[in-house]
Design a protein around this ligand. Sequence first.
Ligand code: P1T
Length: 380
Amino acid sequence: MKFNTKAIHGGQENVDPGYGSVMAPIYQTSTFSQTSPGSHKGFEYARSGNPTRDALEKAIASIENGKHGLAFGSGLAAIDAILKTLKPGDEVISTNDLYGGTYRLFNGIYKNFGIKFHFVGMQGATAIESFITTNTKMIWAETPTNPMMNILDIKAIAQISKKHKLLLAVDNTFATAYLQQPLDLGADIVMHSTTKYLGGHSDVISGSIVVNDDKLAEQLYFIQNASGAIAGPMDSFLVLRGIKTLHLRMQRHCENGKAVAEFLQRHPKVEKVYWPGLQDHPNHEIAKKQMKDFGGMVSFSLKGGSTKDAVRFLEHLNVFTLAESLGGVESLAGHPATMTHASIPKEERKKIGVVDSLIRLSVGVEDKEDLLSDLKQALS
Ligand code: P1T
């Protein structure tokens, strides 16, 4: 099956053997009856497995061209499960430009458990190698990065991780499987905050992991069951429904993202626009090579801008909603320095370009004329 067909049918062959419902039913149950101890229809207790979650896990694995999918209660719960494959003394090399909550989980929790993190600019993949020690176990990449829209060369990083026998985990939240499939490019683990584009309607918090390796899948399944941060049946249903229109929505997100990025680039009050589709984006060529299109996330800074200017702009938007999160049908705008990335110390933020006037847009699927006129009036 090709991608669009997979988005709708992938892994959904037998979602309701009872009645043949076309959509996976919501199995809102905590447990399943057994005729004799250990004798059941495939499910025992809903933390260990639930048919609705199972349908979602198969759908996510299918669109990522992976063998095994796992669904969690949030994107961070999925990242947390991945980190639990490590032991005290292990080291992780992570991109230094990443979602603030991921940084907080690494630095605020796992560092205290004896895991060492190196935060490195990964646009030049070769920079990674100088941080590898005998204790290094994992490379953590996010591309496009949140919020600076840097593009990391997954294939080049995968070559390094393979050479040194490390695991490469890629957070594919911003691109989604529609734009890039990290496992095909050599990654070992692909992770999503399915709260975003996969859910697509700003009505659920959830996360996922997809892997090919059977042993790694078994280890992650053990952690999912033992730690228990699973996606519930209703949330699984919502993400599954979202995936069925992912390709349609992403196409429009990309079209509108392009229109917004080009409009901002021409605007006299805008200093710099960060969108990988722009010719002058430093990683444009890699983006062209590894992505089908360039996505709907756009960041920009204001000329001579301060937090005050950014806040005034954000307060005057009408069609864009000022809110955390991204990837829903509606356009959102945020201020990374005080919102999504406030948990990264200011010094670290400055190093990666998260200046006080930086604004991040999640461009939705509304009419682009309405989006552009909203930006125009708020800028004026
Ligand atoms: O919010 P949650 O579902 O737990 O996902 C965390 C997460 C992981 N990875 C990336 C790239 C993310 O952007 C996020 C969540 N991000 C936001 C809430 C935000 O507004 O950037």
